[in-house]
Design a protein around this ligand. Structure first.
Ligand SMILES: NC(=O)c1ccc[n+]([C@@H]2O[C@H](COP(=O)([O-])OP(=O)(O)OC[C@H]3O[C@@H](n4cnc5c(N)ncnc54)[C@H](OP(=O)(O)O)[C@@H]3O)[C@@H](O)[C@H]2O)c1
Length: 378
């Protein structure tokens, strides 16, 4: 044991506690060896907090197809402190960092006391802005970047902004636009709502969420809230009523794959000639990711295949896109800017002791009832 690290060091390697599995049945805490000799462009991070995402649960469920002793580390979101920094990493020892690394079914998950990160090769990594604590920072990268990325995709498909460059600041770019977000009670949706309203200045944002979340969602900026728990029939009726008075939407973002809206696009979304764009997040259809069939997550639905084919042949009246999170260089500066203006909310559902209560955090996210993120302190 050395004073520099809070874990044993053996033969130049840290013996770090981590949440690992080899197959679906044996998720648990074990020790993994993390080399101390990092490369010039890497940082060694003492992870302070992680959060659980539906994709973590999906990836671990997929390991049902794997047998053998190959150990995989859970998790993708992280927040922590830089313990060792390579000369070309852009960070120094003591920096507080947060980010998201997608490393499915590999040793490179982030649910570990110590991790090595190459900031430039990670989907997202940045210094934690002032005023944000580790638990908040660990909660926002994956869902925040997805909410931001899908809006950017909607904007890019929305013809007036077709030439949006990758590095373009999107501040104020939704001015005059009407947005509909299906599932603003999801973590992704709650960020999409905030970015649309508070950063990109959308004119109107209409959302669906359950009545229990009305207050939170109203505080995030929603102009009209429709309770999806009343059923699709009632939701569509309320949407049609809104559109009759206010006109069709410019962009529709679906965070919960409620494909009923696809059947009504002609009535609720502006068509291609007026730059109407529909974006769906690639994810589970039922949201109950612990219990739903794996095929319902992995495979696209009949509906979306039909739309994709129609799109290929130019037969769709609207722009149509299924979004998967990817690297975006501007996300970090948006978070910094909103933290500076004190306008960013980081919805957290619950905080857990990471080495003993990880299963409770996973069950909470898998229940599709968490209002915000489940965060684990390491
Ligand atoms: N492709 C990607 O890159 C990517 C990245 C991140 C997430 N995702 C996907 O995006 C989806 C959302 O993830 P998340 O982490 O944000 O979820 P989450 O925070 O776990 O969402 C839970 C919330 O969803 C709401 N909800 C559940 N069923 C709903 C329904 N049928 N209609 C509307 N709202 C419903 C509930 O809120 P209320 O009942 O309070 O309204 C619940 O509290 C998941 O399918 C996930 O896999 C994809």
């Amino acid at each position: 044991m050395t004073s520099e690290f809070d874990c044993p060091v053996v033969n130049g390697k840290l013996i770090s506690k981590a949440l690992t599995y080899t197959s679906f049945w044996n998720l648990g805490i074990s020790n993994i060896a993390i080399p101390l000799n990092i490369k010039d462009d890497e940082i060694l991070v003492r992870v302070k907090a992680v959060s659980i995402n539906p994709i973590d649960i999906l990836v671990q469920r997929l390991s049902i197809f794997f047998i053998g002793s190959y150990r995989k580390v859970y998790g993708g979101d992280f927040a922590g402190i830089v313990i060792k920094s390579g000369l070309k990493s852009g960070y120094v020892n003591g920096d507080s960092v947060y980010g998201y690394r997608l490393a499915p079914l590999s040793f490179n998950g982030t649910y570990s006391q110590y991790i090595i990160i190459n900031p430039k090769k990670t989907i997202f990594c940045d210094k934690i802005p002032n005023g944000i604590i580790y638990e908040q920072a660990a909660s926002l990268s994956c869902v925040g970047a997805t909410g931001y990325g899908i809006l950017k995709q909607g904007l890019t498909l929305n013809g007036t902004n077709k030439n949006i460059s990758k590095d373009k600041d999107l501040k104020g770019l939704l001015k005059g636009k009407k947005i509909f977000i299906s599932g603003a009670g999801t973590s992704v949706g709650s960020y999409a709502l905030q970015f649309a309203k508070k950063y990109m200045n959308a004119d109107k944002v209409v959302v669906t969420c359950a009545a229990r979340s009305y207050n939170e969602i109203e505080n995030l900026g929603a102009d009209l809230i429709i309770d999806y728990t009343q059923g699709n029939f009632q939701t569509i009726n309320e949407l049609l009523e809104y559109v009759k008075i206010n006109g069709k939407f410019d962009i529709i973002i679906d965070c919960v794959r409620n494909e009923i809206f696809l059947d009504y696009l002609d009535l609720i979304l502006k068509d291609k000639t007026a730059n109407g764009a529909y974006c769906q997040i690639y994810g589970s259809k039922s949201m109950k990711i612990l219990t739903c069939s794996l095929f319902s997550i992995i495979l696209p639905s009949f509906h979306s295949i039909k739309f994709k084919i129609f799109q290929m042949f130019g037969l769709l009246k609207h722009n149509f896109y299924i979004y998967k999170l990817h690297y975006d260089s501007t996300f970090g500066s948006v978070i910094k800017s909103m933290c500076k203006d004190d306008t960013l909310e980081t919805p957290i559902d619950s905080i857990y002791r990471g080495w003993t209560d990880y299963d409770k955090a996973i069950q909470r996210v898998g229940s599709a009832k968490a209002s915000g993120k489940a965060v684990c302190i390491l």
